[in-house]
Design a protein around this ligand. Sequence first.
Ligand code: AHM
Ligand code: MG
Length: 333
Amino acid sequence: MKRIGLTQFLVEEHRQHGNVPSELRLLLEVVARACKSIGHAVGKGALAGVLGSAGSENVQGEVQKKLDVISNEILLEANEWGGHLAAMASEEMETIHPIPNRYPMGEYLLLFDPLDGSSNIDVNSSIGTIFSVLKAPEGMSTPTEQDFLQPGAKQVAAGYALYGPQTILVLTCGHGVSCFTLDREMGAWKLTARDIKIPNETREFAINTSNARHWYPPVSRYINELVAGTTGPRDKDFNMRWIASMVTDVHRVLSRGGIFMYPADKREPDKPGKLRLMYEANPIAFIVEQAGGAATNGHQRILDVQPEKLHQRVAVFLGSKDEVERVTSYHLE
Ligand code: AHM
Ligand code: MG
């Protein structure tokens, strides 16, 4: 089978749907190239001295790993000079990163979680990069944080790279979800799946059950029913998986169905859940919806949440549609 590359895919996608103008295509190609570099650093591991802690904390108060910092640098450097971006924002940086004056300013905004699943880095398990692309507001001259605070429904593209047994790139530009596999010898992304659809029928769920005692009643009820299996109201057995790398857990859901949850809980009522709306929940929700699944915060569609802060957190329920609708309905009862 002849496999097309990322550029050909994006050119043809634009021809068909008019959704990937050349500026956006160039931007996505640069992001994909940066992910290739991150994948290379990840693959070198101890040989390149990239494992372990960086000895610093990010704005969320989390200890940064060396690879968190390296991946952030790679994405910033790769995307600064091309002329298609106005500014960037990252999970690892407190404030936005406007494009330096020496480069032309473009019309897009890029947000990323440079290395998702950081706790997996030093144990050689799968990790990823998540990114989201927005259009800068009309008439914007100097980008500010406010310009980024657009609901996820406004994203023009989103994707993730997964550094696992294979390095892959999953992408949506608003007309379905495609997957590219990195041909390591050629150094090229090759299309390996298009129009990915999340199976609706599932017997698999993903949640960190060590937090069970902190959950709110709708989550406890839903999980208890799954765990009860054939002896409970669902009348079938469910299996559980938790990799602690959202990208990896979500990729499994995309591949064979399931539901992924990181709920809000009673520990920090003003911090709903752990995952970040702008860098994690929005791009993944866009992909999941484009693959026929659903994504809510228990009360509303994630893509409709109006962001108030760059680093805002959000509860997440996403994956196979019927399951997401069920757990959401328990919250609304
Ligand atoms: P990170 O961006 O700092 O890596 O944190 C996000 C990760 C997700 O990938 C994953 O789903 C979650 O944190 C795991 O959290 P926990 O360690 O509480 O299970
Ligand atoms: Mg993350």
